[in-house]
Design a protein around this ligand. Sequence first.
Ligand code: ADP
Ligand code: ADP
Ligand code: MG
Length: 498
Amino acid sequence: MPKIKKLLVANRGEIALRIMRTAREMGISTVAVYSEADRISPHVKFADEAVCLGPPPSNQSYLLGDKIVEVCKSLGVDAIHPGYGFLSENAEFAKMVTNAGLIFVGPSPQSIEVMGSKLAAKQAVAKYDIPLVPGTEEAISDISIAKARAQEIGYPILIKASAGGGGKGMRIVESEQEFEEQMQRAVSEAVSAFGDGAVFIEKFITSPRHIEIQVLGDQFGNTVYLFERECSIQRRHQKVIEEAPSAVVSPEMRKAMGEAAVGVAKACDYYGAGTVEFIVDDQLNFYFLEMNTRLQVEHPVTEMITGKDLVREQIMIAEGNPLSFAQEDLKINGHAVEIRVYAEDPKNNFLPDIGKLVTYRRPQGPGIRVDDGFEEGMDIPIYYDPMIAKLITHGENRQDAIDRMIRAINEYRITGIQTTLDFCRFALQHGAFTSGQFDTKFVERYFTPDKLEPVFTEEEKELLAALAVEFYSKEENRINPTLALKEVPSTHWKNRLI
Ligand code: ADP
Ligand code: ADP
Ligand code: MG
C-alpha cells in the first residue's frame, strides 16, 4: 500500500492550513503553493516547503495544474490534496495527477466527471431509485418541448446550467411568457461562466431547505454516511450558516436520506469524501440536487458531531486503506453550528468589502473552533473568495451550540472591514432560526440592514471606552457587572461593556 510521505496542498487560505494540520499529525510533510498575493499567508508559513506559482489571478497561479504537477516532481511529492474550489472538481487535473504517478486525494476522475455535470449525475442515479426534483433529465434543445414540460410541471420553474456551481447559473421563470427570454439568458450565461451551454428545467421548490449528507467510501466498495448538515441559511444561493444535525430531520428521515446518498455514491463508484446535496420541501420530501466530489467548506460541523477527522479519512482512503469503521459505529454526539465569516457588507447586499484586517482577534474557550487563513494586519485579497474564517461551535444540544456561537461572535474582534458576524448573530437569535422553522428564503424574508446593531463611529467608541472606565472604577460594578448593568438601559451598550 502506498504510504503518503509528502503532500502538496493545491489551495490557499483556511482550507490549505486545515489540511496541512492533519497531514502533520499523520507525520506527512507538507508543501504549500501560493500566488504573489499570498506570500505572507499562514498556509505558506505553516508548510515545510512553499513554492510561488505566479501572479495573483487564479488562472495564473492556483489553477495552473501543469505547473503544480511539475512542482511535485521536482520536490519529490507523492500526493496532492486539492481542497475545495480551484482544481478540486476538475477531472482533467485529477487525471493528470494520476498519470504523473501521483496520488490524488479525492475520487477517481470518472466520478468527478459524472457528478460535475448535473445532468449526467441525474442520469447516473436514475437506476438507484433516488428521488429527483421533477424536471427534464436531458439538456433542452427544443424550446417548444421544454415549454410543454414546464407547463406539465407547473410554474415557477428553474432553468439551471448543467455545469453550474457556486450558486451561479440559475434562472427562475415565473410564467410561460418569459420562458424564451430567460432561457436565452441562461444559455448565454452558462456559456460564458462555465464554457458549456447545456441547461435543463427543474420545478422551483418555493419553500425549500438545503440539507446535505456527508459520505465516505473506500476503494473496496464500502460506503457510509456521516449524517446531515443543514445549510438553508444562504445569501445569493450560497451558504452562510450551517449546522449538524438538522432541527427537522427525524431518525427515520436521516436513515432514508443517508441510504439515498450512499446510493448516489455507488451510482458513480465513488471513493473518498463526498457530499450529496438534497433539496427538501415544506412537506419534508427530499430530492437529490447534486453531488460535490470534494471536501466541503462546512465539513467541520460533521467532524464535531462524529469525532472523525475527514481529511485524515480522505488521506487513508487515498492510500488504499479500507474504512476503519462501519455505519453502525457512527453516532451523533451533540450539536455543531458553523458560521462563515466573510469580508462582506450585509448592509450593502452582502457585497465584498475587502481591505485590511486592522484588528483581528479570535474567540477562544470551550467548544470553539476557528478555521481561518489570516492574521491581524493582513489584507484580504480581491482575487479570491472573500471568506476570512469559519467559526464553529459544539454543544451538548442545539441551544447550547447556538448560545456558545453568540458568545463567540461577541468575542470576535474584527475592524477595518465589514463582515458577516453581526448578520450571523441576528440570524441565530431570530425566532425562525431558533424554532428550526426556516428555509433558504430566510434572508429575503426576515433580513433588512436596519436589523443589525448600530456600528459605532470613532467618537462613540471613545465615549463608550470612557464610560467603561468610569463604570469599572466603582468597586461594586467590578464585583458583579451583570447585576449592575441591569440599571443601564441599552442592551447594545451592555454587550460592549461586559
Ligand atoms: P460548499 O458547497 O462546499 O459550501 P460552495 O458551493 O460555496 O461550497 O463552493 C466552494 C468554493 O468553490 C467556493 O469558493 C466557490 O466559489 C467555488 N466554486 C464552487 N463551484 C464552482 C464553479 N463551478 N466555478 C467556480 N467556482 C466554484
Ligand atoms: P450549485 O452547484 O450552484 O451549488 P445547486 O443545485 O446545489 O447548485 O443549488 C444551489 C442552491 O440553489 C440550493 O442550495 C438552493 O438554495 C437553490 N436551488 C437549487 N435548485 C432549486 C430548486 N429546484 N428549487 C428551489 N431552489 C433551488
Ligand atoms: Mg450545490
